[in-house]
Design a protein around this ligand. Structure first.
Ligand code: ADP
Ligand code: MG
Length: 222
């Protein structure tokens, strides 16, 4: 492989096929036109697929969604219709984008059910959808807490927790909600944290909720 400019650090093998991903995921990546990994994907996916906790720091546009999306979909036991993955995002717009990308990555794989739980939409339909069940929840902390408080959400089977745009969630004052939500998930889980910046508040949260996290930091977007 040829290497270009200096802001593109060397990656030994950037083909998704070098990873031990489910065949369907590799096929969907091809259909999506994702040929090679971005830097953050190349550096974070090996530890994510190995089951490690990972902190990924990278700018907007670096491809963080597919990094954790592939990780959580590869881990998912599709035959077990329980909430196994919880992704928290700062806003409804971001949660919708993440859910959309996960659904695209998951296309054709045994009816994987991704449910978004965000504020700003009526509770009724969400409650109905929750009763029907899901494999993956993508939501904002406030609305997730609302459902937990009303005993409508069972997080006891979660084995993968993702905090996306963690710095923004903290800026928005979600720390208490996030702590309370994580308390409802099993301790034996894999935790991924993605953020554009890494202030002290995130370091201390990571110390609390993660086990020996692998740190991945990428400067460029490609
Ligand atoms: P971030 O969350 O880091 O801001 P996104 O996950 O939203 O970045 O990805 C940014 C854009 O890059 C999206 O349009 C996504 O579809 C595209 N993208 C992500 N990974 C790849 C890849 N490996 N190959 C091609 N495009 C990609
Ligand atoms: Mg993102």
């Amino acid at each position: 492989m040829t290497l270009s400019n200096s802001d593109s650090p060397i990656v030994a093998n950037t083909a998704f096929s070098s990873l031990s991903l489910k065949t369907e995921l590799l096929e969907n990546l091809k259909t999506m036109g994702y040929e090679s990994m971005t830097q953050i994907q190349a550096q974070s996916l090996p530890p994510i697929l190995a089951g490690d906790d990972v902190i990924g720091q990278g700018k907007t546009g670096s491809g963080k969604t597919a990094a954790f999306g592939l990780g959580l979909l590869n881990k998912l036991d599709v035959k077990r219709f329980r909430i196994q993955t919880l992704v928290m995002c700062p806003t409804r717009e971001l949660a919708d984008q993440v859910a959309k990308e996960i659904r695209t990555l998951a296309r054709g794989i045994h009816n994987i059910k991704v449910l978004t739980l965000c504020g700003g939409v009526p509770m009724g339909p969400q409650v109905g959808s929750l009763e029907h069940g899901a494999h993956i929840i993508v939501g904002t902390p406030g609305r997730i807490i609302d459902h937990l408080d009303r005993n409508r959400l069972d997080l006891s089977n979660v084995n993968m927790l993702v905090l996306d745009e963690a710095d923004r969630m903290l800026e928005m004052g979600f720390q208490d909600h996030i702590d309370a939500i994580i308390e409802q998930t099993p301790r034996e889980r894999q935790t991924l944290l993605f953020s554009a910046t890494f202030p002290d508040q995130i370091k201390s949260i990571a110390d609390e909720i993660m086990y020996k996290p692998v740190m991945v930091k990428v400067e460029s977007t490609h």
